[in-house]
Design a protein around this ligand. Structure first.
Ligand SMILES: [Ca+2]
Length: 197
């Protein structure tokens, strides 16, 4: 009984995927897993060969009390309307201050060289109350503004009453259009068949 239901569900999902033309183009994040170094990342970025998921990550900080510090990627090309999910894993060591935050951000620019700042994506936030294990973060859908030509990825650490350090690993950009078509129009026209819940 369980096997039969599962087979029907797999069939519906696989046959209902949108056409290739519906998928967004998202740039590949250079060196987002920090396997052997922190190349391509600047500002508060410090390579950490010990911590990681697996080992090798970017340490951001220590950021002084009451302030924020960004680790920033190199400038990446993007086209207006590109719809991407930015994901990563964040980490704060045990016994760190608990009144700080880390943020995962996309910064959009109106020129190809990341000079003319346009806007900031919705952020993914990680409280420093969460300590001792790697935690998944995602910005959710982020659509490049109409005049965007480039972007940077940022991992921003903001301390509270004392200096704070946070690590980041496995930074990935994914197309965010898997469920485009069909459900937004309040019907199942884009899907080949349905099964009752
Ligand atoms: Ca790693």
């Amino acid at each position: 009984m369980c096997d039969k239901s599962f087979a029907a569900w797999v069939f519906v999902v696989a046959s209902g995927l949108p056409s290739a033309a519906a998928w967004a183009t998202c740039p590949t994040v250079p060196n987002g897993t920090f396997d052997s170094n922190g190349a391509g990342w600047s500002n508060y970025a410090i390579y950490d060969s010990f911590d990681g998921q697996p080992a090798g990550s970017l340490q951001v900080g220590p950021v002084g009390a009451g302030s924020c510090g960004d680790a920033l990627s190199d400038c990446l090309p993007i086209a207006a309307g590109d719809d991407c999910l930015l994901t990563a894993e964040g980490f704060v060591h045990t016994a760190a201050p608990t009144d700080g935050w880390s943020y995962l951000d996309l910064f959009y620019y109106s020129d190809p060289g990341c000079s003319d700042f346009l806007s900031l994506s919705s952020s993914a936030a990680l409280s420093s109350v969460t300590q001792g294990f790697w935690t998944a973060m995602t910005t959710g859908d982020s659509v490049a503004p109409a005049t965007a030509q480039s972007m940077k990825i940022g991992y921003n650490v903001c301390s509270g009453s004392a200096p704070l350090t946070s690590n980041v690993d496995n930074i990935v950009l994914l197309p965010a259009l898997i469920f485009e078509d069909g459900f937004e129009s309040a019907n199942t026209n884009q899907w080949s068949s349905t099964v009752s819940p």
